[in-house]
Design a protein around this ligand. Structure first.
Ligand code: ATP
Ligand code: MG
Length: 682
């Protein structure tokens, strides 16, 4: 049980300290320590497995924990699950015990909300999912309708309707739910916490049942979950939480990372242990990871690598999003060796909608794949609803595709699912894009033709059914997991950071999210972006993510044989590389600006200007470029200034040169305009 652990990890597993908080970076063995600690306590008799409650972020993680415990020799099942699942189970038990008819679970808020909103002005443009997301945010932070307006204003929330309207809607939503005897997903946490607070007998029985509490990923716990945890815990100290503040990625959804970072402050008797070594990734990958988050105002200590060197992470730019997906599929196929499983590889994207391109590409390449989290594109509830609507509608397919967002509905999964409300919109845009693809192949196609085509493009029974498959996942969905080979795709502004990240905090969270994504890689990390991406029917030019600079700076520092990451010189070297990159970037931008500046130059005027320059140079006994650069002449031939004031505003034309040559230039411009070739004006 203690085999293969560092001294620090052994301490974290065996310390009698309680409550215990393990604060450590990605891949430092937090989940491993948590599991071993449960096993250690069970096998040394300080905990009874039937009284252990382990809280994880996903059901999948809970299953994994139980499996690992069995492997460690813990026979009796410990209880492991998400906050929601545990709360629901306890409430069901309580309803049964008290002879109360269980309320129905409302798993989609949107239907109810959109009816309450009515058909008022502007309501057609409102996404029900955004309204639902806002209510989820409030409930996760224990904000009731009465306090909503003040709190939302303080948090700079931007719901799709004005704050007072949103507050009224939230209030009516709660009333309507009560009237119909419904509870929503968030009510499970709040209801269980209230029952624990109000009913001492219920509280005592639950605290007796689960007296050893363990929580993984504690940085993403929200206030409702924290309140529930307090209820479960009572005045016991038998609590162990583990987490990483740098991986807090659910604040948008109401998580409260200070629960973790202030743990010691709130719990004066707590033992806090940190782990500094990283066992997951090569030093090269860690260098890139720490570059992403370490250059901010608070310079984080980089993770200390324990693994041997590996290949340099790669960065690639592609012309189009489809090229990115196809090249990735090719790279995965080319890198595949007999004997190594496909499941060694993952492709991670910021949004679910991006994943569908990879589904297409992997399907076409005959590579088995699996979509984690959000579910395969065609199985997503909003996609199913949209396709059903398209089929019902008598309108031509193209019209139906244009109206797609109207059928947007609420997210079926709970707040733990992690799909932003805007994601639904993106998924529907992706469906519209596929529709446009289909219509390009079959201009007279209809909805049923589209469905058949989609099935062929995306649904491949054979590869998908395989248990060994490449994983496609969102950054959020990849949390806590690891793969030897990771492709992080779509590193573009608008996606990374996501365009709706409007505040500094939101952007900082996006930065941490990218950090989570790259720290999933064990041996190989491949980063990419595309210069053009298609959303629905329109294409847009893309700019690289600002954090690609940090990745490139780390690559440059590594390639240049800098001091190793984590050593004193590393941070400075990284900062120097980044500054160098910025300088050359700025130079490139200036160069392309001045190239562009003369792109529309009048060719005759430009030729005349060049003839004049040769004479002026000869007369002055200097080379031509000393008189003026080509780019300056081109700018003059484009702008055709008629006054000295507008002349000096051009690049390469300061007051000194304007004084010396201005009159000659203006004369040439004017001669040229008078000759009638153009109506240059300023
Ligand atoms: P994350 O923050 O991403 O959730 P984590 O801190 O929970 O990461 P783990 O998943 O527990 O980290 O461990 C990361 C990897 O390192 C796992 O493959 C784990 O088995 C391995 N590992 C952890 N500790 C050691 C160790 N002492 N020796 C060898 N491998 C280790
Ligand atoms: Mg973990």
């Amino acid at each position: 049980m203690l085999a293969g652990l560092t001294e620090r990890q052994v301490e974290a597993v065996t310390t009698p300290g309680a409550p215990l908080c393990i604060l450590a970076g990605a891949g430092s063995g937090k989940t491993r320590v948590l599991t071993r600690r449960i096993a250690y306590r069970v096998l040394t008799g300080t905990a009874d497995p039937r009284h252990v409650l382990a809280l994880t972020f996903t059901r999948k993680a809970a299953g994994e924990l139980v499996r690992r415990l069995e492997a460690l020799g813990v026979r009796d099942h410990v209880t492991a699950g998400t906050f929601h699942a545990l709360a629901y189970a306890q409430l069901r038990q309580r309803w049964a015990d008290t002879g109360r008819r269980p309320p129905a679970l409302l798993d989609r808020k949107a239907g109810l909300l959109i009816r309450l909103l009515g058909r008022g002005a502007g309501s057609a443009r409102v996404q029900p999912a955004d309204l639902a997301g806002e209510i989820e945010w409030a409930k996760a932070r224990l904000i009731d309708p009465g306090r909503y307006e003040t709190e939302a204003a303080a948090a700079e929330r931007r719901p799709p309707v004005p704050l007072p309207t949103m507050a009224a809607l939230y209030e009516r939503y709660e009333e309507e739910k009560r009237r119909r005897g419904l509870v929503d997903f968030d009510d499970l946490l709040l209801g269980c916490a209230s029952a624990l607070a109000d009913d001492p007998e219920f509280a005592a029985s639950q605290r007796w049942r689960f007296r050893h509490l363990f929580v993984d990923e504690f940085q993403d716990v929200n206030l409702a979950q924290a309140r529930l945890l307090r209820g479960w815990r009572g005045d016991s100290d038998d609590l162990c939480v583990v987490g990483d503040p740098r991986q807090a990625i659910y604040s948008w959804n109401g998580a409260e990372p200070s629960q973790l970072s202030d743990f010691a402050k709130r719990e004066p008797g707590a033992t806090v242990i940190s782990l500094d070594d990283n066992f997951r990734s090569t030093p090269q990958i860690l260098a890139v990871a720490s570059a992403i988050i370490s250059l901010g105002p608070d310079r984080h200590q980089p993770l200390r690598p324990r693994r041997p060197d590996g290949p340099l992470p790669t960065v690639r730019a592609y012309a189009r999003d489809v090229d990115e997906a196809r090249a990735t599929a090719r790279a995965v196929r080319d890198g595949h060796r007999p004997g190594t499983p496909w499941s060694n590889t993952a492709v991670l994207c910021r949004t679910n909608a991006q994943l569908v391109l990879f589904e297409e590409a992997f399907r076409a390449a005959g590579i088995p794949y699996r979509v984690r989290g959000g579910g395969a594109f065609l199985e997503r509830p909003e996609v199913k609803a949209a396709l059903a609507e398209l089929r019902r509608s008598p309108a031509p397919l193209a019209t139906g595709l244009g109206d797609l967002q109207v059928v947007a509905d609420d997210d079926q999964a709970g707040p733990a699912d992690g799909s932003p409300a805007g994601e639904r919109q993106a998924v529907l845009e992706e469906l519209a894009r596929l529709g446009a693809d289909y219509l390009a192949h079959e201009p007279d196609g209809d909805a049923s033709g589209f469905l058949a085509w989609l099935g062929a493009a995306l649904r491949s029974e054979a590869p998908r059914a395989a248990s060994d498959a490449v994983e496609l996942a969102t950054f959020h969905g990849a949390k806590g997991l690891e793969w030897p080979v990771v492709f992080v795709a779509g590193l573009e502004r608008g996606l990374v950071p996501i365009s709706h990240a409007g505040t500094d905090e939101a952007r900082a969270e996006e930065q941490r999210l990218l950090y989570v994504a790259v720290t999933r890689a064990e041996d190989q990390l491949h980063c990419s972006w595309a210069r053009e991406r298609t959303f629905g029917a329109r294409s847009s030019r893309r700019q690289p993510s600002p954090w690609l600079d940090d990745i490139s700076a780390a690559r440059a520092a590594l390639a240049g044989g800098s001091p190793p990451p984590g050593s004193p010189g590393w941070q400075d070297r990284l900062a120097a590389e980044r500054a160098r990159l910025h300088r050359s970037e700025a130079q490139r931008a200036r160069a392309s600006r001045s190239e562009r500046a003369g792109a529309d130059a009048d060719p005759e005027l430009l030729a005349a200007l060049k003839r004049w320059r040769s004479e002026a140079a000869r007369a002055g006994g200097v080379p031509a470029f000393v008189v003026f650069h080509d780019s300056t002449l081109a700018a003059v031939a484009e702008a055709k200034p008629r006054t000295s004031a507008s002349l000096v505003r051009l690049p390469g034309l300061g007051p000194v040169k304007a004084e010396r040559y201005g009159a000659a230039l203006l004369a040439l411009v004017s001669e040229h305009a008078d000759a009638g070739s153009s109506t240059g004006s300023n």
